[in-house]
Design a protein around this ligand. Sequence first.
Ligand code: ADP
Ligand code: ASP
Ligand code: MG
Length: 417
Amino acid sequence: MAIVVQKFGGSSVANPERIQRVARRVVETKAAGNQVVVIVSAMGDSTDDLIDLARQITDKPKAREMDMLLATGEQVSIALLAMAIDKLGHSVLSLTGPQVGILTEHVHGKAKILDVNPERLRLELDAGNIVIVAGFQGATETGEITTLGRGGSDTTAVAVAAALKADVCEIFTDVDGVYTTDPRVVSNARKLNRITYDEMLELASLGAQVLHPRSVEVGKEYNVPIHVRSSFNYNPGTIVQEVVDEVEKDMMVRGVAYDLNVAKIGLFDVPDKPGVARTLFKALAERRVNVDMIIQSAMRDDKNDIAFTVGKDDLELAVEVVKEVNEAIGAGGLTYDADLAKVSIVGAGMVSRPGVAAMMFEALADEGINIDMIATSEIKVSCVVSASEAKRAVQAIHKAFELEGDVAANDEGFKAG
Ligand code: ADP
Ligand code: ASP
Ligand code: MG
């Protein structure tokens, strides 16, 4: 008997009708002879609503209490889905992350899953139950409730699939699969039939919301096939796996991603001597600020400028740290800007092709969009631009690489349901 893990995102369980529709789909999978574990997110925008509620109480909620609050969102949807499946006459039970044994590190708001204990799940599956698991949450060794970061239910699903050695992890969402870019920004973006873990990981880390980056990492590590598809139809979606067909590999750029959660801090006239960068970035790391792009300018008069980006949530804390470091090392002051975005192209095929970055810069130049920072790796090029220009930048780049349109003739391989 195959084990199928299905994850339904917030929009798929946004109201009672949708929950009933999900229930029918889950029951179909069970009736087809599979053991089924279902992971659900909180209903619709309810996680945002809980965050708003907290803000009405305080500007600075304790991270522990925030997790206690946000974890309730998923508890609502698991119970309702279990009720809907029960009404259809199938044995079912819902379990929270801690009940399943989803063990996380002791970090609130962005905990990593350390282990998933498959025992309880196996027991329930073998007893013939459909099991509904709350996404996005787990518990530390000492029983503290944690959450995995926004969009983290995807990671719960893939981690559960890995622990159970499931045959597939299906991620049901409100689009038909992974597209060459966000279909909300480019309406004629093209659906990809297959994408490699590495490319998907880059796209997800660079802002493509459709999968939580950590879920792709876990999928790669445990070789879990991930099928991203729509909960509103039966169209085949996108398979995320280790290798893609030769033909698809030829696509120089597979996707364009954007991230509006970007803030930049610049530190001026930093003395040019060993250990300065260490002091700055160690201080940031000690306060758990995630630093993304880093640029150090060419030296002049024994001084450098260092600029780096962080997520907007971390800006206040990062500025505090940089002010301290500025004093400590005798630098010349700092500036910051939160109205930025990062636009990126991703594709394993770009390694062997010179000129890809230049094509991206040209597309931006033709639109009169200024580039603030640039970062490259073997399979991506990222540019920081002003936030107000991000969507126009994505549209121009998508067009320049001719990613739009129907599925190309060589890209129609995948037909399985
Ligand atoms: P869920 O609630 O199901 O987890 P999300 O909102 O987290 O859904 O993710 C789905 C959304 O991701 C889509 O509605 C789409 O706007 C966005 N998205 C961004 N980039 C892409 C992409 N490359 N392919 C598909 N969807 C994308
Ligand atoms: N409910 C959480 C969020 O809105 C987790 C998820 O949807 O994956 O971020
Ligand atoms: Mg999501």
